[in-house]
Design a protein around this ligand. Structure first.
Ligand code: AMP
Length: 294
């Protein structure tokens, strides 16, 4: 596995591979990697000839008062995970490499960035879309792998790739969970023992709603009620919403099309998100669709 830190070195490394017709897979991350990231890297390694993993804690997607300065880091562990999962290149740019002095051009996502997390983290998806567009331009991947856990991010990214004619397929990989169901997240490292125990009610509520859906429940209100009841142990709920998988608009009464039940909540000072997919045509599958851009 090669480690590169500059865009020039990355381009020099990838150019001959691209000319040889190698299929290039890309997994953008913010580091402090866990098996959720591992799953993305493994999928890329299985489907592509070359897999590039980036680790970049992107300052423009953090709001004031968020955890940018404290974001957890462990480069040695990350390197081992990347190597073991089959990455070919690890890209570790400095902030000044990505945002040199004078930087002033951003990607402004549209309506898809407004609901859910967008409502509580102003500017977050603008920062995400901008850095992902920049990374796509640097890596020029054929396939890019994103986790279902950050569902809105996958939708915003797919839309951006389509709208800006980026020739990349956005592949969404199912959420990897701890043995007890908690969605893996770098931010789980912030949880003390009590918070870790209480955080479990998020996945428990979502999975209970999913079980009810699989058993035939289609009422939006009743499915949301199951989740809200389960969330009693969190300190505050930012949102619990059942939305259309494509346009992220709330489903008024019934789950009559593909839907995603999304939650964001605070446990102590840690903000956690999670979601489950409902697919009325084939209940019980729950796997993320492969999203293609043209
Ligand atoms: P992050 O490092 O948190 O920016 O995440 C990098 C990528 O890993 C994003 O596409 C995330 O959606 C994905 N990811 C994070 N947690 C998980 C998980 N538990 N399962 C699958 N993918 C994940």
């Amino acid at each position: 596995m090669r480690i590169v830190r500059t865009i020039a070195d990355l381009r020099a490394l990838l150019r001959p591979l691209r000319e040889e017709g190698k299929r290039i897979g890309f997994v953008p991350t913010m580091g402090f990697l866990h098996e959720g990231h591992g799953s993305l890297i493994r999928q890329s390694a299985a489907r592509c000839d070359v897999t590039i993993v980036s680790i970049f804690v992107n300052p423009t997607q953090f709001g004031p008062g968020e955890d940018l300065a404290n974001y957890p880091r462990d480069l040695e562990k990350d390197q081992n995970l990347c190597l073991e999962a089959g990455a070919s290149v690890l890209f570790l740019p400095e902030v000044s490499e990505i945002y040199p002095t004078g930087f002033q051009t951003h990607v402004e996502p549209g309506r898809l960035a407004e609901p859910l997390c967008g409502g509580f983290r102003p500017g977050h998806f603008r920062g995400v879309a901008t850095v992902v567009a920049k990374l796509f331009n640097m890596v020029q991947p054929d396939l890019a792998f994103f986790g279902q856990k950050d569902y809105q991010q996958t939708v915003v990214t797919r839309r951006m790739a389509r709208d800006l004619n980026m020739p990349v397929d956005v592949v969404v990989v199912p959420t990897v969970r701890e043995a007890d169901g908690l969605a893996m997240s770098s931010r789980n490292a912030y949880l003390d023992e009590d918070a870790r125990r209480r955080a479990l009610c998020i996945s428990q509520g979502l999975l209970a709603a999913k079980a009810a859906f699989d058993a035939g429940e289609r009422s939006t209100e009743r499915l949301l009620e199951i989740v809200r009841k389960s969330l009693a142990e969190v300190d505050s709920i930012q949102y619990a919403e059942l939305v259309d998988t494509q346009n992220l608009e709330p489903l008024p009464e019934q789950v009559d099309r593909a839907a995603v039940l999304c939650v964001a909540a605070y446990v102590g000072t840690t903000r956690l998100i999670d979601n489950v997919l409902f697919t009325p045509a084939s209940p019980g599958t729950g796997s993320a669709p492969t999203l293609k851009s043209s």
